[in-house]
Design a protein around this ligand. Structure first.
Ligand code: PMP
Length: 382
């Protein structure tokens, strides 16, 4: 009975530790309500006889690319108007993470004696240095900030637009005449930013994870102008993984097809309108909370004419909040927020100051609301 008594006096709310909120990674689970609603339309049956072969279309430069996926990728870009697909080769990868590496491989001369320098403007996506130097390749080497880079010779610049972590719209920085560019356009979709023009760069990378939220399907694609570059990128994916899962490809095709169809239907089923409304709501709430005190600040974004929605004055609603801590004696914002059980990614990982942190805004609703509550409480204490 003693045990029972103990149980009766056991008040969990008094002793349970404060909940940790992990806003470090950008796991895009915020669109789950939309996909739950679309559940049946997206279901797919794959029979035992399907996909025994490594090959898809041996006549295609990307020989393992499922034709249906190529069609749906091109259709979606035509519907959204964010990137040109006419006369482009499509190379598919296991996420755009694989394609970033494939692009590095493809853009380096195979007979070069020195590694090619790889740069990106600070604050840059934190995975660029990791994936460039991970295998200590003799072909290429991470050289950091594109703004301070002043060496001659060949280089590769990653141009991320909208940028991860700070949401800014970017163009190439280095101009020594010997550079190759990789445009990482993971966030160039209407839920995050106005689509102000149809881009036509040499190599443009996109990913299902940030477009539709299906990060787990691990599908990314590159639109590549030059046939030889597309062939070399395909060669990289051939050597590293002998292609990309066909199950993932046909699932991605199905999802992209549904998104394109949804754009042709009235609201509320239009995926991008739904996503944009969600992102706008989160940004409005966040700006309201941050505006309560001068402890933190957020970037401002110019409004733009979105060719997709037709709206003349559309705000950007980036996937991440790039927050600066303005209090002088708080030099490490990540550590400061960790003290309140809020996990973020330090500005240092993006080549920047520890006064900055990146906070994911694409996670679950419940987590986002809890974050706002905590942020409000922190500010009230200061
Ligand atoms: N580029 C950028 C700018 C990203 O933010 C991400 C995901 N965080 C990626 C590429 C890689 O995406 P994935 O491998 O999921 O396709």
């Amino acid at each position: 009975m003693a045990g029972k008594d103990q149980g009766a006096s056991f008040n969990t709310s008094e002793i349970s530790p404060p909940r940790i909120i992990n806003l470090d990674n950008g796991d895009p689970t915020m669109f789950e309500a939309y996909w739950r609603k679309m559940d049946e339309k997206c279901s797919l049956v794959i029979s035992g006889i399907q996909f025994l072969s490594y090959f898809s279309d041996t006549k295609d430069v990307c020989w393992y690319l499922e034709p249906k996926l190529e069609d749906e990728i091109k259709r979606l870009h035509r519907v959204v108007g964010n990137a040109s697909v006419e006369d482009y080769y499509v190379v598919v990868g296991t996420g755009s993470t694989q394609l970033l590496q494939a692009a590095l491989y493809a853009l380096c001369p195979s007979d070069g004696s020195n590694p090619v320098n790889v740069v990106s403007a600070v604050p840059y996506y934190s995975c660029y240095p990791d994936l460039t130097d991970f295998l200590r390749s003799g072909l290429y080497e991470w050289k950091g900030d594109a703004r301070t880079y002043d060496e001659g010779g060949p280089y590769i610049e990653f141009v991320t637009s909208p940028n991860n972590p700070d949401g800014s719209i970017r163009e190439a920085i280095v101009k020594n005449g010997q550079g190759k560019l990789v445009h990482d356009l993971a966030y160039y979709w209407p839920q995050y930013t106005p689509i102000t023009s149809c881009l036509g760069y040499d190599i443009m990378l996109f990913t299902l994870s940030k477009c539709t939220g299906h990060a787990g399907t691990r599908i990314g694609w590159a639109l590549v102008k030059d046939k030889d570059v597309a062939k070399k990128m395909t060669e990289f994916n051939t050597i590293s993984t002998i292609g990309v899962s066909k199950e993932s490809q046909i699932r991605a095709a199905k999802i992209l097809g549904l998104v394109s169809d949804s754009c042709l239907n009235p609201v509320p089923d239009n995926f991008f309108k739904h996503g944009k409304a969600l992102m706008a709501e989160r940004w409005e709430k966040l700006r309201k909370v941050v505006g309560q005190s001068g402890l933190f600040s957020l970037p401002q974004y110019p409004k733009g004419h979105c060719l997709f929605t037709g709206e003349f004055s559309t705000e950007a609603h980036p996937a991440f909040a790039w927050i600066k801590c303005n209090k002088e004696d708080i030099v490490d914002c990540e550590k400061f927020l960790r003290g309140f059980q809020i996990l973020t990614r330090t500005g240092k990982r993006f080549g920047c100051d520890a006064k900055y942190v990146r906070i994911s805004l694409v996670g679950k609703e419940e987590e986002f609301e809890l974050f706002l509550e905590k942020l409000l409480a922190i500010q009230e204490d200061f």
